[in-house]
Ligand binder design. Structure first.
Ligand SMILES: Nc1ncnc2c1ncn2[C@@H]1O[C@H](COP(=O)(O)OP(=O)(O)OP(=O)(O)O)[C@@H](O)[C@H]1O
Length: 263
């Protein structure tokens, strides 16, 4: 094998997910004929019964349907589409929150996600303790952690609350800390799902500025889900328009936006 360092390759029957930290690979993310099928049960009781029996009936929905695309390193790619088109599902498979049913996904580089920003915090711990714990989970050395933590605290604007248990935070405060962390750790691949509306108007503008500066200055690969075509044009160079999990259009961002607006 080449210089590629395989961190994990998960064989999920008909699906394969390969993750490594090969920053030299010109491709950051590749989807090859990816399908994600959800089972829809009539109610929770039927869902529970299905774990004991193969005879429970269900409908299916393909949230991703034969989805193939390549996002090259340094590129900023927007996913456009109506509600339920399959945009978030694609991002969740990149971050590893959910897995494909079939097809192959390759992710080359460390991924940070600006989605579900409030998730994963331990509410008993303070903001500072949570940040320290996240730095450890990311495998940062003490030195690297102490380099970025002051910036995270400053960006979050939590003031004295940074040392208070996170159960005392408002939902906006949690999301602010989540955003401050996820946007400070210098990932290779940044996944953004409408997270730019964090907090109040002023803070949300600050978040947009931060994302723009990451895209412009740090050679990060960005995958961006939004309903705002203006934001897609502001941040991205290429766009994919999805409908019912399928690609309707893939190309230059201006053309993708025109296509989306004409559908
Ligand atoms: N856990 C789940 N179980 C069943 N169906 C799901 C699940 N998650 C998503 N879906 C379905 O998959 C389809 C795609 O959902 P997804 O959230 O990816 O769409 P989206 O394009 O991000 O939509 P939106 O713009 O509304 O956020 C939808 O029909 C949704 O109902």
């Amino acid at each position: 094998m080449s210089s590629r360092q395989t961190v994990s390759a998960v064989d999920l029957g008909d699906a394969v997910v390969i993750r490594d930290e090969d920053r030299e690979n010109p491709v950051a993310v590749r989807f090859d004929h990816v399908r994600k099928t959800y089972k829809l049960y009539k109610n929770d009781r039927q869902r529970l019964l299905a774990s004991f029996s193969n005879h429970v009936r269900y409908d299916t929905i393909n949230a991703s349907d034969d989805l193939s695309f390549e996002c090259r390193r340094g590129e900023a790619l927007a996913f456009l589409g109506d509600n339920g088109a399959g945009k978030s599902t694609a991002l969740k498979m990149i971050t590893g929150v959910c897995f494909p049913t079939s097809g192959t996904i390759e992710v080359h580089g460390r991924v940070s996600a600006l989605l579900e920003l409030s998730a994963g915090f331990d509410m008993r711990l303070s903001g500072m303790e949570n940040i320290q714990m996240r730095c450890q989970l990311w495998g940062l050395s003490d030195e690297e952690a102490s380099e970025i933590i002051p910036g995270i605290v400053e960006f979050s604007e939590l003031g004295k609350y940074i040392d208070q248990p996170m159960r005392t935070y408002s939902s906006g405060m949690r999301a602010r800390l989540g955003f401050a962390f996820a946007s400070s750790i210098r990932p290779d691949i940044l996944v953004v799902d409408e997270a730019l509306s964090v907090g109040d108007r002023k803070f949300s503008a600050k978040c947009r500025k931060r994302v723009q500066s990451i895209i412009e200055k740090e050679n990060v690969t960005v995958l961006f889900v939004t309903h705002s075509t203006a934001q897609a044009q502001q941040f991205c160079t290429r766009g994919i328009v999805l409908s019912h999990g399928k690609t309707l259009f893939s190309g230059d961002i201006e053309e993708a936006v025109s296509f989306y607006e004409s559908t």
